[in-house]
Design a protein around this ligand. Structure first.
Ligand SMILES: Nc1ncnc2c1ncn2[C@@H]1O[C@H](COP(=O)(O)OP(=O)(O)OP(=O)(O)O)[C@@H](O)[C@H]1O
Ligand SMILES: [Mg+2]
Length: 412
């Protein structure tokens, strides 16, 4: 409704020095319902134009004292922020040159003198509605752009919030990885305790026997030497385990976070030391199939070991309650890559869950046994090494994880 009213009410400025023409124009325009200001020459018209901001249309004669119509038109187009206001120039038919100049400066329409009232009415009505329409569009645009600015501001704030949340998540992830490393150390710690206890029990046993031999005073040198060799073997095994525990802990204390070129086969040998030939309490058998020669890769040893340890540990968990409890760890060179595979005879992963195993906190283990970070951390570590991890699993028959590492190639 307001828009329609706006369209109906219009204000016009006439610049005309001839009193009869001016009067006639004012008379008809007012009759047509417009509000009209009449300036007697270009200079006065320009003053009116500057003072009054709401003219919708200007009608100007060409020849006038002080400032002619073309000069007035030029002022509107060049020195005003309302240069889009329509301007009708009054001409005579012979005024070809003037007509062209007026067009060049930016006149919207021409009206021949003497004008016919009906023509005046139509030309003015057309231009006024065009001008009003432009004004409406301008208002609408302004409204839209202020809405856009507001939305932009909201978006910017959201973006800042998102960035903040992203930073907090990064910080949380770092903390989780840190605590997951600790939990891995914990698991490894109990594995180690088990492994150290075994050779210790053996040493104790042989020591008792040695004591027995000595007490019976029935010393036979070869028997003593045999027992001694067995004790030495066990202490050697303890030494290896303790050494490896030191290496592992150093990695997590940040002492070994730099990139190195290292032997993947040696690393798997070390894991072999941890798990031994079998895990007695659980009745799990672990088989290692490793090549004789070194397989060198480049990266952070502690990260790679942490990832492999997680995968092997998952496999042991998976077979724990099965009749056949076997885990096979293999290292082979396939297609220019070093492939580690960890295969188990476990319960497998149901098809609908297999895509979720790398999600942080996805676990099917009971509370206290798993937090669901092992594989997500393992995958991010492995990907940092350019390695690809792949899992094939069938519910009921077992799972195989394959990890392909790029082999280190010495620069030629
Ligand atoms: N070899 C496997 N056999 C069967 N299921 C597996 C195997 N490896 C992983 N999964 C499934 O994937 C889930 C996620 O493994 P992931 O190592 O990320 O977490 P987790 O072992 O549950 O806990 P965490 O490793 O943090 O102690 C496991 O809970 C298990 O359901
Ligand atoms: Mg795990």
């Amino acid at each position: 409704m307001d828009d329609l009213k706006k369209l109906a009410k219009a204000k016009l400025l006439i610049a005309e020095d001839t009193p009869i023409q001016g009067k006639k124009l004012k008379f008809y325009l007012e009759k047509f319902g417009y509000e009209v200001d009449w300036a007697k020459d270009g200079k006065e018209a320009w003053e009116f134009f500057q003072k009054t901001e709401d003219y919708d249309l200007v009608i100007t004669d060409v020849q006038m004292p002080h400032m002619d119509g073309l000069e007035f038109l030029k002022h509107i187009k060049e020195h005003s922020d309302r240069k889009h206001i329509p301007v009708i120039v009054l001409t005579t038919l012979k005024d070809d040159e003037t007509l062209l100049t007026a067009l060049q400066i930016g006149a919207s329409e021409f009206l021949n003198k003497p004008f016919r009232p009906q023509e005046l009415r139509l030309r003015v009505a057309n231009l006024v509605s065009l001008s009003k329409f432009q004004e409406l569009m301008l208002d609408e645009n302004q409204e839209l752009s202020s809405q856009l600015l507001e939305k932009n501001r909201i978006l910017e704030n959201n973006f800042k919030d998102l960035n903040r949340a992203h930073d907090e998540l990064k910080e949380m992830k770092a903390q989780l990885i840190h605590s997951s490393k600790h939990s891995a150390l914990g698991v490894m710690g109990s594995g180690l305790a088990h492994e150290i206890n075994n050779p210790l029990a053996i040493i104790d046993g042989y020591n008792d026997r040695l004591e027995g031999f000595i007490q019976a005073n029935n010393l036979q040198q070869d028997q003593v030497l045999k027992v001694n060799t067995k004790i030495k073997k066990s202490t050697e095994r303890i030494r290896k385990i303790v050494l490896h525990l030191k290496e592992f802990a150093q990695g997590f204390n940040g002492e070994e976070t730099g990139e190195q070129i290292f032997d993947l086969r040696d690393m798997l040998e070390n894991i072999k030391v941890f798990f031994g030939g079998k895990i007695d309490d659980l009745g799990v058998k672990i088989f290692f199939d490793l090549p004789n020669e070194s397989v060198m890769i480049e990266g952070v040893p502690a990260s790679v070991e942490h990832a492999l340890f997680n995968i092997v540990h998952n496999a042991i968990d998976a077979v724990e309650k099965m009749d056949k409890r076997e885990v096979r760890i293999k290292l082979e060179l396939i297609g220019g890559q070093a492939e580690v595979s960890v295969e188990d005879t476990g319960k497998g992963i149901p098809e609908d869950l297999v895509n979720r195993i790398y999600d942080p906190f996805f676990t099917t283990k009971e509370i206290g046994r798993g937090v669901g970070l092992g594989l997500s951390v393992a995958r991010s570590y492995l990907e940092e090494h350019g390695a690809k991890i792949n899992c094939e699993s069938h519910s009921g028959t077992g799972t195989i994880f394959k990890i392909d590492f790029p082999i280190y190639k010495e620069a030629a």
